[in-house]
Structure formats: structure tokens, C-alpha cells
Design a protein around this ligand. Structure first.
Ligand SMILES: *Cc1c(COP(=O)(O)O)cnc(C)c1O
Length: 395
């Protein structure tokens, strides 16, 4: 009897349906293709009839066995109906807007969204007569913002930079009542830590560029939907010629085999860093839903199965640019870089007022760490020596 497996097991074994030989490699082959050839007209016709509804090899732009394998693995991870792949996480978000929103529609966007989504709103939505409003990162009062033409709620939890959770199951009751699509950016959760589709979202988007790829060497976005939402996304993506390179898909497929092990270690190292930071008199606040006093802790505990390498903090003093530069330049293992999700540690800084419109903090200088897979004690030594540059300043 077939017994359903844990997602962590599926991560290792799913997405290999093309292995049909008697003996075969552990990993699915990399198939590069534009043209696909057929034995006879009947097969050609059959494939063309089936390809709008089925994952079937008909032309490079419509997917290859390698990209199909990755789609299947993501569908397992997200527990959805089917998945499409895009050249970047941002392209995935843009395609969701293009596919589901029409002129005259209204969309509510979480204040905690990935920053370039704001440019998508300002530059694409506005031009196409699609109106938008931002809602607070914890979704408080969101029902009062819903209009007769609201078609989509676009959320991100935990949110970018400050990791606010929101009550997705609660929100989905509201969206179902008003017949609104609930779309979640699941890049933080990467499918393993958080599963928007099982909690009530209609569409889940991930930047595979981050933890799924996991090695800072590939860009990709994924969109997984429920069965009801699938066809519109699938059709629009074909209409726009959306596809990814099989080489990139192969890299992501390789990356996800170790997703579980990497996230475990990212979380362990981040916990050690949080512990160290929480003992520093110069640190004002640490943002992480794993902290018991964090306003998102209860929801994180309820809806997430773990955490990752991300955390942010503020200092008790606002630094001028020179001192901030000295501080950030002092790090040697935490390298300056604004993305995250690879195996390496990164540090970056953002002014809260330039990334949010509805969120306020006492100190607006948010320092974000992505804690990588280095030894925790080395990372803490790096923090110790960088923090010494702060102590020599005469505050
Ligand atoms: C990085 C990121 C994206 C965009 O991914 P790209 O592949 O860089 O375009 C989208 N959402 C979140 C939350 C991200 O962190």
C-alpha cells in the first residue's frame, strides 16, 4: 500500500518521473531543448491538444523534462495543484499580477512586502488602471480596506526585514467571504517552514533564488496554485512565453535536496547569534518571530515549523553614515550583500522609512543579518570585533 511520505522525504525523491530506464542516475538528466520532434502527425496533434492542460514536452518554451521535474518537486513542497517557473522571484510576482488583475480592479498589498513589489504597483498597476492600497503588516483592520472591486490580497509572512506574521487562516476566511484571491509570498518559509496553500491561500510564490537554490548561483521564481486558480496562470504564462533555462532548473532541483538540512543549520546558527546580540548593551531591539516577546511569536509557533537564517536588529544610537559604514565595513565573515538564502552569511542595512509606509520603529536604521552555515563561534567572533568599532565612539 502506498503510504504518503513526509515532505522532507519527498524533497529527496520527488521530481524524478523521467527516470524510466532499468538503471539510471540518482538525479534526473538535464534536457536542453527548443524544438521537440514527433514520430508522426497523430502524436504531434495529440501533444498539441493536451499541452494546455498537461505537463507535456511539446516545445522548449512550454517546459522540458528538467523543468517539469522541478515543478513537480515544488508542487510537493507547497502542497498545491501545479507549479510554474519564472526567471526571477520578481518576475513570478509580476506574472501573478498580470494573470489575475484587470483594469478597474483593486489590490491590497502588505506593507511588509519585498520592496520591488512597490515599484510593480507604482509603475505597472497604476498605468493599467489597477488601484492599490497597502495594509499594515499584521493585517489589522484589513476588512475596512476591502472595496467592491478588490480582487486580490497580496501578503508576505513573515514580512521582509521585520518578519511580521499574519493570521493567514483568519485572512482566508475574509477573502473567501468576499470572493478575493489570497496570494502569499512564501520566500521566507521556502515551503518547508510555512505552507500558505494548506493554511488557506490560493496562490503561493517563492523566490527560488533564495533558500531553494541555496548556493547564490541561480535566479528563479516559482508560483504554485490551487486547482481552481491554475488554468489562468498557466495560460497567461504561455501567452507571455514565460520559461526558465533547464540548467537553472537543474541547479534549483539539486539545491532543494539539502533544503531541510541547510535550514536546520541556518536556524541553529541564527539562534546562537540572537542569543549573543540579546546580551549586547548597544543593541536596542532584535526582530525575529522566534523570540518569545516578539508580537509575531504566537502565530509563528502556530503556523511555522521552524525558522531560518534571517534576523534584524536596531542599535540604541542612530549612527551617522560614516560610523555606520565603519561598523558594516568591519565585518569579515558577514559580507555586504542585499540578498539572502545562500550558504554564506550576509549583512545589509535599510532605512525603515524608505522601505515601509505603514510601519514605524523608534530607530529607523534596520540592520539585517543572514546567518549562513559557517561555524557559529566564528560568526560571533566576527560580530564581537565589529561591535568594538561602536564602543570606541564617544556617545
Ligand atoms: C528576493 C525576494 C524576492 C525576489 O526574488 P528575485 O529572484 O531576487 O527576483 C521576492 N520576495 C521576497 C520575499 C524576496 O526576499
Amino acid at each position: 500500500m502506498h503510504k504518503s511520505k513526509q515532505i522532507t522525504t519527498e524533497l529527496i525523491h520527488s521530481g524524478k518521473s523521467i527516470n524510466q530506464q532499468i538503471g539510471h542516475a540518482v538525479n534526473p538528466p538535464l534536457v536542453r531543448a527548443s524544438t521537440v520532434i514527433f514520430n508522426d502527425m497523430a502524436s504531434w496533434r495529440e501533444v498539441r491538444e493536451r499541452r494546455n492542460h498537461e505537463q507535456i514536452f511539446s516545445y522548449g518554451a512550454r517546459g522540458t523534462p528538467t523543468t517539469f521535474a522541478l515543478e513537480d518537486a515544488i508542487t510537493h513542497l507547497e502542497q498545491g495543484y501545479r507549479t510554474r517557473l519564472y526567471p526571477t522571484g520578481l518576475a513570478a510576482i509580476a506574472m501573478v499580477f498580470v494573470a489575475y488583475l484587470s483594469p478597474g480592479d483593486h489590490i491590497l498589498i502588505s506593507d511588509s512586502c519585498y520592496l520591488p513589489v512597490r515599484s510593480l504597483a507604482e509603475e505597472y498597476l497604476k498605468k493599467h488602471n489597477i488601484s492599490y492600497d497597502f495594509f499594515p503588516a499584521n493585517a489589522s483592520g484589513i476588512e475596512t480596506l476591502i472595496q467592491a472591486n478588490t480582487r486580490m490580497i497580496y501578503m508576505e509572512a513573515p514580512g521582509s526585514f521585520l518578519y511580521e506574521m499574519l493570521d493567514l487562516p483568519g485572512l482566508s476566511l475574509i477573502t473567501k467571504k468576499h470572493n478575493i484571491l489570497l496570494v502569499a509570498d512564501n520566500t521566507w518559509g521556502s515551503g518547508l517552514l510555512y505552507q500558505p496553500l494548506t493554511l488557506g491561500a490560493d496562490i503561493s510564490i517563492m523566490a527560488a533564488t533564495k533558500y531553494l537554490g541555496g548556493h547564490s548561483d541561480v535566479m528563479m521564481g516559482t508560483v504554485c496554485t490551487t486547482e481552481a486558480c491554475w488554468q489562468l496562470l498557466n495560460k497567461t504564462s504561455d501567452t507571455f512565453g514565460m520559461t526558465v533555462s533547464p540548467d537553472d532548473a537543474w541547479l534549483v532541483l539539486r539545491g532543494i535536496r539539502s533544503l531541510h538540512a541547510r535550514l536546520d543549520m541556518h536556524q541553529r546558527n541564527a539562534t546562537a547569534v540572537i542569543q549573543w546580540l540579546s546580551q549586547q548593551p548597544l543593541v536596542e531591539h532584535i526582530f525575529s518571530p522566534t523570540l518569545t516577546h516578539d508580537p509575531s511569536h504566537t502565530l509563528w509557533q502556530r503556523d511555522c515549523s521552524g525558522s531560518n537564517g534571517l534576523l534584524s536588529f536596531t542599535l540604541k544610537t542612530v549612527l551617522n553614515q560614516k560610523d555606520m559604514d565603519t561598523f558594516l565595513d568591519a565585518f569579515t565573515l558577514f559580507q555586504l550583500g542585499s540578498s539572502w538564502g545562500g550558504y554564506e552569511s550576509l549583512i545589509s542595512m535599510a532605512e525603515l522609512k524608505s522601505i515601509r509606509t505603514k510601519t514605524h520603529a523608534k530607530n529607523s536604521q534596520i540592520i539585517r543579518l543572514h546567518v549562513g552555515l559557517e561555524a557559529a563561534e566564528d560568526l560571533i567572533s566576527d560580530l564581537e570585533q565589529a561591535f568594538q568599532t561602536l564602543e570606541t565612539e564617544p556617545y
